[in-house]
Design a protein around this ligand. Structure first.
Ligand SMILES: Cc1cc2nc3c(=O)[nH]c(=O)nc-3n(C[C@H](O)[C@H](O)[C@H](O)COP(=O)(O)O)c2cc1C
Length: 331
């Protein structure tokens, strides 16, 4: 099949594939640059970095590729504005905001000419984002890894959003192989965002023990946890999630106030850093729902090569038909 052309403001990646931002420090310059170099959009996850660290990551990615590099910052982060402005100051190609967005980020985008791409989980929010000036939306369903903004499937939400907006729609959540990508295009998406497939790559910035945990995990190991951010999170069951479920994880002694709102039941930042560093028994291993399809740690070049070869073999999906507007029933 021929891939759709993804255009986000003036940006034209040669492949309509975003690598999802993965904090804390799982998608850093090396992964983002490898994806950008292969023709996709590489995303550095800025959440829980300092502005200086994020700027440094952007410079390192730029030194490795001339491809498209974006940043992802979670709106829930206290340093959201500071990090987004730092990325814009470095001339980042686009900004993705996770788990919410603010009105003023669109002003920062407009003033600097930086495309702003919020992650949304409803058609209503997608429409609001478009009105505020979003250049595209990532539509993330329940199948995604990390914090979840919905309990609905990407397969239900993507067609609703594609119907509701005229900006590009990038589907995310549970997309691992060529068949998944084809299906997303058939639902009205013109791009896809993939998280865990790229997290489990050679260039992914997690410790080898973390990557091995991805490869070893089966469908039964996937659970939902209650994150102190106030959202559910999709993760791999481990000693830490068992302790959490039994209420045996002590509340943090120190708090850096890294989140705008936090229940402080446990420190999610520390748990994610532990996982990234391979201290898995004290860490939260965020993961997409279909981790069982990820069976090997590959270089990004090979992941993208396999995806594009498979897509070339597959027939085009049936054309996306906008759902018929139901006439109001007379009462
Ligand atoms: C380990 C991990 C960390 C993540 N961190 C973030 C993040 O910092 N910001 C964000 O918007 N999404 C985050 N996500 C979501 C991904 O960017 C992506 O949208 C999602 O994982 C897509 O689902 P998939 O993993 O099934 O492909 C994270 C996902 C994982 C697995």
């Amino acid at each position: 099949m021929k891939l759709p052309e993804l255009r986000i403001a003036g940006l034209k990646p040669s492949l309509p594939i975003f690598q999802g931002g993965m904090a804390v420090r799982l998608s850093t310059h090396r992964l983002a640059a490898a994806v950008a170099e292969a023709g996709g959009v590489g995303i550095i996850a800025g959440t829980a970095m300092t502005a200086r660290e994020l700027a440094e990551e952007i410079r390192k990615a730029r030194a490795l590729t001339k491809g498209i590099i974006g940043v992802n910052v979670m709106y829930a982060a206290s340093a959201f504005a500071e990090l987004v402005k730092a990325a814009i100051g470095e001339g980042i190609d686009l900004v993705v905001s996770g788990a919410g967005f603010s009105r003023d980020m669109f002003t920062w985008g407009r003033e600097s000419g930086t495309p702003i791409v919020p992650i949304v989980s409803t058609a209503r929010l997608a429409r609001t984002a478009e009105k505020l000036g979003a250049a595209a939306v990532v539509v993330e369903g329940f199948e995604a890894g990390g914090h979840l903004g919905t309990d609905e499937s990407m397969k239900k939400i993507v067609p609703e959003v594609a119907e509701a907006v005229s900006i590009p729609v990038i589907a995310a959540g549970g997309i691992v192989d060529g068949e998944d990508i084809r299906e997303a295009f058939g639902l009205g998406a013109t791009g896809v965002q993939m998280g865990i497939r790229f997290g489990a790559s050679e260039e992914g910035n997690g410790n080898d023990r973390l990557k091995q945990a991805y490869v070893d995990a089966g469908a039964d190991d996937i659970i939902l946890i209650k994150s102190p951010v106030g959202l559910p999170g999709r993760a791999i069951r481990n000693a830490f999630t068992e302790k959490l479920a039994e209420g045996r994880v002590p509340a943090p002694e120190h708090c850096s106030k890294c989140l705008k709102v936090c229940s402080q039941v446990f420190c999610i930042r520390e748990a994610l850093i532990n996982a990234q560093r391979g201290r898995l028994d004290d860490g939260i291993i965020f993961s997409g729902k279909y981790i069982e399809k990820v069976r090997d740690i590959l270089p990004v070049r090979d992941i993208i090569g396999r995806l594009t070869s498979r897509l070339a073999e597959l027939p085009a999906p049936p054309p996306f038909k906008r759902p018929l507007v139901r006439p109001a029933t007379a009462t």
